[in-house]
Design a binder for this molecule. Structure first.
Ligand code: GDP
Ligand code: IMO
Ligand code: MG
Length: 422
């Protein structure tokens, strides 16, 4: 059985959690391949709302097994908090979740450094979860992995040597031996509770692939936040696109099946960085209010703007998207007309190549076309035929611009608020 993938095509928060939850009904395994506690995936079941950060959204399907792959950065303390929160809601996470030994750890020093860097530099607007610094340690080859946390003989020495590497940046107030003792003590519960969950991630998956199990790979963030293909340096530190599935889980490209690209019917972004169709005035505020666009992880107001088909087409190509899940169509219900960007032009009005730097983004103007609105509620609609004509035309135009079928339309946050077109 091929591995299907769910990933974001914009700057994150496209509604991946809801789509994974829907698809998880028909799969046996859900595996997260990148990102960390920077993610906030919201799943709504009736009056119950769950926000997942590191635990795959598939955990809410009682029959599904879940894996946190080697490509994910894991904050052990936050992970245990997530277990407790889900446990209080009746979800027994440790019973169904496994973690790759090779997943790198986010430790308190990474979070401290992320907070310091944001204070001093203030440039990216990270989630301050230590994600960039943990991936930085991984690339520098002095990171600590789950296997190190569980290695009784070497754990303290490895933690000390990592702290020594960071001591200079952390400043003279950071007293190494004292902090070492404090951090080691904080991590002791995780050393005990995560031990039984650690597995050889790729081998665990290969076994299930061999048994013909249906596997879904869950992405975090979005294609425009990909470390290689996003709006550098305003992005996250992992490969959010399809290649990240192979490296982040240890599975070959030939194993990839459908790629579900999740995209909102408009655009949002949290943090700094280029956003060509951003609306900074009352129109953006209206989208924010109607779409409840406030971060699931940090509570920050999300920046809002119109749908951008230039970004959409590029992300489809970058990810090999085979099916689009178009979310939050209902948020546009009250608009008399809906602009969407179809191309970029430079300041002289000529066709512009895709910008490579923030400065180049500042020097382009998105060209928009306007689609008539539908001025009535689509909230909760479950059948294509029940959508107003104008809403169907909007979806059809997006499909045409992206060149991939819109196989699912989401008309509300609940799992039932869904139109399947497959
Ligand atoms: P993710 O990070 O991609 O999983 O997305 P988030 O969960 O951060 O943000 C998406 C938000 O939109 C969540 O609060 C969802 O409950 C909500 N949502 C998802 N689909 C829809 C939809 O079709 N309509 C509306 N109004 N809300 C939706
Ligand atoms: P989900 O999975 C939206 C953004 C941050 C910041 C940049 C870098 O819920 O879609 P980081 O903490 O990763 O170093 O921050 O990336 N960012 C997200 N934006 N959704 C997310 O995840 C995000 N994860 C990180 O706001 O601009
Ligand atoms: Mg989110």
């Amino acid at each position: 059985m091929p591995i299907d993938v769910v990933l974001g095509l914009q700057w994150g928060d496209e509604g991946k959690g809801k789509i994974v939850d829907l698809l998880a009904e028909n799969v046996d395994v859900v595996a997260r391949y990148q990102g960390g506690p920077n993610a906030g995936h919201t799943v709504v079941h009736g009056d119950r709302k769950f926000v997942l950060h590191m635990v795959p959204s598939g955990i809410l399907s009682p029959h599904a097994e879940c894996l946190i792959g080697n490509g994910v950065v894991v904050d052990p303390e936050r992970l245990l908090q997530e277990f407790d929160k889900l446990g209080a809601a009746g979800v027994d996470v440790p019973a169904r979740l496994r973690l790759s030994h090779a997943a790198h750890l986010i430790l308190p020093q990474h979070t401290m450094l992320d907070e310091m860097a944001e204070r001093l530099r203030g440039a990216i607007g990270t989630t301050k979860r230590g994600v960039g610094f943990a991936y930085g340690d991984k690339a520098l080859r002095w990171g600590l992995r789950l296997a190190d946390l569980l290695d009784d003989a070497h754990w303290i020495d490895r933690l000390r040597s990592n702290l020594e590497r960071h001591a200079l940046a952390l400043g003279p107030a950071f007293q190494l031996e004292r902090e070492l003792a404090r951090i080691a003590e904080r991590l002791e519960p995780a050393r005990i509770k995560l031990r039984a969950l650690a597995v050889d991630g790729p081998a665990w998956l290969w076994e299930r692939m061999g048994q013909g199990r249906r596997i879904l790979a869950e992405g975090a963030q979005g294609a425009m936040l990909d470390i290689d293909h996003g709006t550098y340096p305003f992005l996250t530190s992992s490969n959010t696109t399809t290649g990240g599935v192979c490296t982040g889980l240890g599975v070959p490209p030939s194993a990839i099946g459908e790629v579900w690209g999740v995209i909102k019917a408009y655009s949002t972004r949290v943090g700094e960085g280029p956003f060509p169709t951003e609306l900074t005035g009352p129109e953006g505020e209206a989208l924010r209010q109607h779409g409840n666009e406030f971060g699931a992880t940090t509570g920050r107001p999300r920046r809002c703007g119109w749908f951008d088909a230039v970004i959409g087409r590029r992300s489809v190509a970058l990810t090999g998207t085979t099916k689009i899940a178009l979310t939050k169509l209902d948020v546009l219900d009250d608009l008399a007309e809906i602009p969407l960007a179809t191309s970029y032009r430079d300041l002289k009005g000529e066709a512009a190549p895709f910008p490579q730097t923030a400065e180049q983004f500042a020097a382009i103007r998105p060209q928009t076309e306007t689609i008539p609105g539908w001025n009535c509620s689509t909230q909760g609609i479950q059948e294509w035929g029940k959508l107003p004509r104008a809403a169907q035309a909007y979806v059809a135009r997006i499909e045409e611009l992206l060149g991939v079928p819109v196989a699912l339309i989401s008309t509300g946050s609940d799992r039932s608020h869904t139109i399947w077109r497959t």
